[in-house]
Design a protein around this ligand. Structure first.
Ligand SMILES: [Zn+2]
Length: 183
């Protein structure tokens, strides 16, 4: 099995993520919120750090229920700040609550968040054509600006590029990877 070069083949978690999730197109708002929350916590950290904490995040953030997260109060935020199993960054925790509120507003405007996020490519998947993967692109710039204008935090272009890869709008499997253009 040939995989993208960034995959640490000693990590079952990383292999499973690469093989079954990364680059698979998602239209499921629950998953789209989960990944947006996780990516916003990744800022400045490695993705494997987040993947290892993913189940702790799931438990701490009510299974990534966007409505519940949007209603977190100061008591809940304090409890999250004491949770050693997640990333205890107050700005990121507050951003998650704030972003949940905006996510719901987008759902109300577009019926589903999926409709909103896929509208930027008219539903098309962007495929990697060469193996020099960028950190950002004009597409991630555009979406980042739009989300920031709507009031989201920790949604810089690099985070959004990574998010678009995760949810399959950008499919960046390398040309030598067995998963290249499989979706
Ligand atoms: Zn790959």
């Amino acid at each position: 099995m040939k995989r993208c070069r960034w995959v640490d083949e000693t990590s079952e978690l990383y292999i499973r993520y690469h093989d079954t999730e990364w680059g698979v197109p998602s239209y499921d708002d629950h998953y789209l919120f989960e990944m947006l929350l996780l990516e916003s916590f990744q800022a400045g950290l490695s993705w494997i750090t987040i993947l290892k904490k993913r189940e702790a995040f799931r438990e701490a953030f009510d299974d990534f229920d966007v409505v519940k997260v949007s209603q977190y109060d100061e008591t809940k935020i304090s409890a999250l700040m004491k949770n050693k199993d997640i990333i205890r960054n107050q700005l990121k925790i507050r951003a998650a609550v704030n972003n949940a509120k905006i996510f719901i507003q987008i759902q109300q405007e577009f019926d589903r968040f999926s409709n909103y996020i896929w509208s930027f490519t008219n539903g098309k998947i962007i495929y990697n054509e060469n193996d020099e993967l960028p950190a950002t692109s004009p597409l991630s710039d555009t979406i980042s600006v739009d989300l920031k204008q709507r009031g989201m935090k920790f949604v810089g272009s690099t985070i959004i590029y990574s998010y678009l890869q995760a949810i399959g709008i950008i499919n960046d499997h390398e040309t030598t990877c067995d998963f290249y253009k499989k979706n």
